[in-house]
Design a protein around this ligand. Sequence first.
Ligand SMILES: Nc1ncnc2c1ncn2[C@@H]1O[C@H](COP(=O)(O)OP(=O)(O)OP(=O)(O)O)[C@@H](O)[C@H]1O
Ligand SMILES: [Mg+2]
Length: 503
Amino acid sequence: MSKQSSFNLIKNETVKRLFDELSEEDLTLLIQSIKLLKESKKELSENAVGKKSVSEKEEETEKELSKELVEGTNIFDMVSSEVSGHEIADESLDSVEEPPVDMTFNIFDKIVKDKKTLFKKGEALTLRYFPEKIVHRDEEILQLASVLSPILDQRKPSNLLVYGKPGTGKTVCVKFVCEQLKKKAEENGTPLDIVFLNCKIGKSADTEYRLFAELARNFGEKVPATGLPTQEVYDIFCRSIDSNKRKVILVLDEIDNLVKKDGKKSELMYSLTRINSDKLQNSEISFIGISNDTTFIQYLDPRTKSSLGEEEFVFSPYNADQLKDLLTERANISFFDGVVKEPVISKCAAYAARENGDARKALELLRVSAELAERERSSSVREAHVDMAQEKIERDNVATLIEKQPKQSQIVLFSIIKLLEVESPVESSNIYDMYGQIANKVGLKPLTSRRVSDLIAELDIMGIINTKILYRGRGGRTRQISLAIPSDSLLKVNNILKGVLEL
Ligand SMILES: Nc1ncnc2c1ncn2[C@@H]1O[C@H](COP(=O)(O)OP(=O)(O)OP(=O)(O)O)[C@@H](O)[C@H]1O
Ligand SMILES: [Mg+2]
């Protein structure tokens, strides 16, 4: 219901006046608070009549878990032929009436003392955490393992490329398989080194130097951060690997960062893939490239392409049911009993399934929902917290995106926001004057109107603004511009822009 139609329904004049003074943001908050109140009431009455059945849920989860890889089984045993006792604090999470704050003490003493956390092991929801159980990737894990298994018989495995959208478990599965392989190789006495490298090391001119230096350091060499010719660093790396007879698996995560997309041949990838024949006599390297950018391979020359992609794996996005299992597993480790119930998990899973089946997003949503619930001193996470978390994450994402834009783009956006205060939508022909004034104020030389048009198109592609072309007879046309960011983010965005542009 719109604010206006709600307004028309109100009879009492005083309430009408108060309602009218509410901003859209206040109104959203008010509606969310009412939703939360309603849910607390519902939950209280449910608890009172003893409707909760935890056992059913536990049974279901157990059934699912038994389908997954049996814990403690090394995957390489299969190829060639916990929640770990965390004590559950029996804490009452009911809210208590607050005593007045005694300001003579450090205020954080009180906050720490009063804090009723919902998290039993909060780090299990962070990006650093390595999951105890990988769900719904058994097939991929077994396939990866079977490609790598020849190494246990001293044979070189094929190089492989692993693709898939962000958050589909590529990194986590490759790491898991490599860990298991390492253990098996140790048991068998097979000399094996596995080096895992994230290639997102900045797109600077010295990428190759930094990569080879990092690799050489992995083999115990001391290489200065700068100063040597790149070829020399590469030679040091090759010598260090070749000093012993051994097999090496080099995992290049986010490998697309090593590939130039300007049409120039990628020397780095070329030399790496030829390393076995050109440089090494004793050792042998196999490569695992991981990427969420499927287009990068077209920028490789054909020989590098076929060498790197001897085997290719595509990880598909998770569906809502798979994300539910993933979240249930993680929630059991992260929260005290009863804090997160099935509808909350389902809601987080549904939101993330809509956003490309990204497990990282699902986990973030659950974490932020619980943080919001905790901040409200709620004893459990509710569906309304998930909605609030989703909005917060969206707002934060937009804000971060805008913060990262070059100053000229920020000025264009700020001009659009200013103009929208007086006309909506804004006609693109009106932007240039405003843009010029603001650029001068900021102390930057205004760009040509053609460049400004390009920046407007970029803002459109990023989903920050919407543009629509209107045709006006006799070949005349104009672009109409409106904002695509949610209205409750506008204030935040405005403040960010004022801050970064020092206006
Ligand atoms: N099958 C799974 N079981 C348990 N946790 C998972 C699973 N898949 C992904 N995760 C978790 O989701 C997050 C993202 O996974 P991961 O980093 O492997 O994604 P990715 O495919 O490498 O994404 P990107 O392309 O963005 O690097 C991690 O925190 C990981 O622990
Ligand atoms: Mg990854």
